[in-house]
Ligand binder design. Structure first.
Ligand code: THU
Length: 134
C-alpha cells in the first residue's frame, strides 16, 4: 500500500475522534504485514489530562488485537496542522516501546504533505526497558 493510501485511512479514522474540548482531530493508521489496517483517533476527557492521542490509541488498539512490532509495516498520522503533524513526547515514548526502531512513520496533514520519520529518529536517547536493568 502506498503512503498516500495509508494517510487517507488515517484521515478516515478521524470519524472516531472525541474532541469536544480542542476540536483538533488527529487520526492514525497502522499497516500490518497481513494487510490489516488498525486505526486510532484522539479521545479527550472533561478531565483534560486524561485525553489520549491518536498515535497511542492506534498502537494500543493494535496491541489488543494481537499485533506486535514485527507485524507492523508502517504507520501514518494526520492532523489539521499547516505542516505534517509532530507527535507529542508521550506518544514518542510509546512508539519507541511498541514499534521497531526503523519502521517508517508517515507524518502528514489534511493537505497530504508527507514527512517520513522513524521511531529512532523521533526519540533519540530514549528511556527503555534496558534502563530498568540498572
Ligand atoms: N494530539 C494527538 O492526538 N496527536 C498528536 O500528535 C498531537 C496532539 C491530540 C491531543 C489532543 O486531543 C489534541 O490533539 C490537541 O492537543
Amino acid at each position: 500500500m502506498k503512503a498516500e493510501e495509508l494517510i487517507q485511512l488515517a484521515i478516515d479514522a478521524t470519524k472516531d475522534c472525541h474532541v469536544p474540548y480542542s476540536n483538533f482531530k488527529v487520526g492514525a493508521a497502522i499497516l500490518m504485514k497481513d494487510g490489516t489496517v488498525v486505526t486510532g483517533a484522539n479521545i479527550e476527557n472533561s478531565s483534560y489530562g486524561l485525553s489520549m492521542c491518536a498515535e497511542r490509541t492506534a498502537l494500543y488498539h493494535a496491541h489488543l488485537k494481537g499485533f506486535r512490532k514485527a507485524d507492523m509495516v508502517s504507520m501514518a498520522v494526520i492532523g489539521p496542522t499547516s505542516a505534517p503533524i509532530s507527535p507529542c513526547g508521550a506518544c514518542r515514548q510509546v512508539i519507541h516501546e511498541l514499534m521497531d526502531s526503523k519502521t517508517p512513520i508517515f507524518l502528514s496533514n489534511l493537505k497530504k504533505e508527507i514527512k517520513q520519520v522513524s521511531p529512532e529518529a523521533l526519540l533519540p536517547y530514549a528511556f527503555s526497558s534496558k534502563d530498568l536493568r540498572k
